[in-house]
Design a protein around this ligand. Sequence first.
Ligand code: PAF
Length: 274
Amino acid sequence: MTEISCELIKAGKTIGFVPTMGALHLGHLSLFEAVKQYADVAMASIFVNPTQFAPNEDFDKYPRDLKKDVEMAELYGIDYVFAPSNDEMYSKNFLTNIHLDGITKVFEGERRPTHFDGVALVVAKLFNIIKPHYAFFGQKDYQQTLVIKQMVKDLNFDIDVVVRPTVRLENGLAMSSRNNYLTDDEKEKATIIYKSMLEAKSAISLGERNKEKIVKIIVEKIAEVPELKIDYVAVVKQKDLSEVDNFVSGDEIVILIAAFLGKTRLIDNMLITV
Ligand code: PAF
């Protein structure tokens, strides 16, 4: 893979890269479509990264269909797919970790304490192997995009991180590989998450500036579907997920939601400029 990249770079080509864990959906495909607007050559990786799953999480049952994924990637203009094995990525005597402070301590990082270190590690390795000029991530994993941007800055990767909007079904459900775990009925029920954020957004646009009231609007809306158990609802600053009190005009905030539907944990977010 690295030889291919080096040859392409020597020939003056720019590389755009979409890291994925496979189980490709419309969200990934929109990233694939974006790559060619930025770079000459489009690359993607498909690797279910063990280091970002805790032992009690869904690593084993994470959906995998490499053949179908590769066909889809090709159809959407990806020139090279890198799909390494676990052993290729992590040899038996692998000893290195990457740990980020601050941003990894809250929300997803608080619930999944080793998750972002695993993400940072695999993304750093993939960046070193693929050597992209541009790397593409979905806004759906908003906290992850902040972690990657921080790592790119801290470790001096010469890579532009491009974040693209969340892709949703017509009913508002955010595309996610974990939607595969949901029944059709559950998928419909899960749309309450998006609806709750729309209500919050419209309250803000009508002049509501009290954060607690916005959180209450979201919590009450989600409560309409009793099967959904909220893990957290937060309204924080987009740039670093720090606290905001009451909003003032121009504030760039993000609503973050995590909720369980049965055993499936769903996350979603919405960016709002007050
Ligand atoms: O967002 C994902 O699918 C994964 O966290 C990533 C970035 C591919 C790293 O394994």
